[in-house]
Design a protein. Sequence first.
Length: 99
Amino acid sequence: MPKPWPALDRRIFWDVDYDRMDLDAKWRFVIERVFERGDVEDIRQCRRYYGDDKVKQALLEAKFLPEHRLHLASAVIHEPLEKFRCYTLRRSQPELFPY
C-alpha cells in the first residue's frame, strides 16, 4: 500500500507544477523547500512522509538555507550548525560590510 501524499501548502511550491511533481524522485528539493518556506505543520508532514533519516541527509547536504531556518533545522534534527554544508559554505565566503 503506497504512503499517502503529505498535505503540503501549495504556496511553498509557487514556481513549479505541484500536481505533476514527483515527490519521491525530487525528495531533496521538496525537503529543502519545505524547511525554507514552510510552517511547522508543513515540516511535520514532510518528516512523516520522508522519515527523519532522509530529512537529516537532505538538510545536512543542502547548499542554501536562510540563517533563521538553518537554526530551526539544527534544532529539528539535533545536529550542530558546523555539520551543515550551507553553514560551512557561508562561513568560507566573507560578506560585504553592511553600509
